[in-house]
Design a protein around this ligand. Structure first.
Ligand code: NAP
Length: 277
């Protein structure tokens, strides 16, 4: 698996697995655990979760999936903005650690910006890093102005990623946020990379997909995997989807393919407000 180097010098895989909507239904739990384990076995060892997903349920699913392989997993979790005070983030982290049945989180993210001053959140994150409960920290759903503010604060220089909505149908960040992060070696973690199934059967991608003996969803993911400084975290419970997402790593899009894709899914021609789910 290709990796990117974080500012902290730690390596992070460019393709991982999301967990939103996991941990919500008991009847799905085993299938979710199996899907994550399959993905890990294939090399998608980066797992993204959050205290919000299933109100802790997703973290419990992750705990079971990684129980016998914690050391080879790069574990990302996120905390609510209303838990972003100095004490709040420390307590939220302890709760996540307990649900995840581990003693450290590889990368801990502020899920989106709320009313707590960023300086206070960063103090809490620095403390968690000092005591070894998290190895790195970052943010999510931050646009350029939020990033500029965050990196100017004490502890802000250690922000290693910004997790945002990015895929072929959501290219707004290419105008400013993506280059801003690329210039500062801050990888973007692209969420909803397959736009929650919306690429399935997209006519504009069908000819390219046929050429590569792939699905249209795989072509969309392959395009994202080719972007500089970008990590993708598709969520899949269906094992066939897990396999297809992994196989997208082996698709090599030609310059002609990329031209066709750019015609069908145009890059931004102006600043757009940051898209969010
Ligand atoms: P996504 O990964 O774009 O799409 C997930 C959906 O696509 C699921 O219904 C899945 O089906 C299906 N799918 C996955 N691979 C497929 C394939 N190869 N072919 C066809 N369908 C496929 O959407 P997402 O869950 O919104 O985003 C991914 C992850 O990003 C989340 O799970 C979460 O970890 C993170 N996220 C973060 C934020 C944030 O605010 N920071 C927001 C949204 C998401 P099955 O499950 O049936 O396989």
């Amino acid at each position: 698996m290709k990796t990117l180097k974080l500012k902290s010098s730690r390596e992070i895989p460019i393709l991982g697995q999301g967990t939103w909507r996991m941990g919500e239904r008991a009847s799905q739990k085993q299938a979710e655990i199996d899907a994550l384990k399959l993905g890990i076995d294939l090399g998608m060892t980066l797992i993204d979760t959050a205290e919000m997903y299933g109100e802790g349920g997703a973290e419990k699913v992750v705990a079971e999936a990684i129980a016998d392989c914690r050391d080879k997993v790069f574990l990302v979790s996120k905390f609510y903005p209303y838990n972003a005070s100095y004490q709040g983030v420390i307590k939220a982290c302890d709760r996540s650690l307990s649900r995840l049945k581990t003693d450290y989180i590889d990368l801990y993210l502020l899920h989106w910006r709320g009313s707590v001053p960023l300086s206070e959140t960063l103090e809490g994150l620095q403390h968690l890093k000092q005591v070894g409960k998290i190895l790195d920290y970052g943010v999510s759903n931050f646009d350029v102005d939020d990033m500029e503010e965050a990196v100017s604060l004490p502890g802000g220089e250690a922000i290693v990623t910004n997790q945002v909505l990015y895929n072929l149908m959501r290219r707004g960040i290419e105008w400013d946020l993506l280059p801003w992060c690329q210039q500062r070696d801050i990888p973007i973690m692209a969420y909803s990379p397959v736009e929650q199934r919306a690429f399935a059967g997209r006519l504009e991608l069908e000819a390219i997909a046929a050429k590569h003996n792939a699905t249209t969803t795989q072509i969309a993911l392959s395009w994202l995997l080719g972007q500089n400084n970008v990590i993708s975290i598709p969520k899949a419970t269906n094992p066939q989807h897990v396999r297809e997402n992994h196989a997208a790593l082996n698709i090599s899009l030609s310059a002609e393919d990329i031209r066709e894709i750019d015609c069908a899914f145009k890059p931004p021609a102006r600043k757009m407000s940051l898209a969010m789910r």
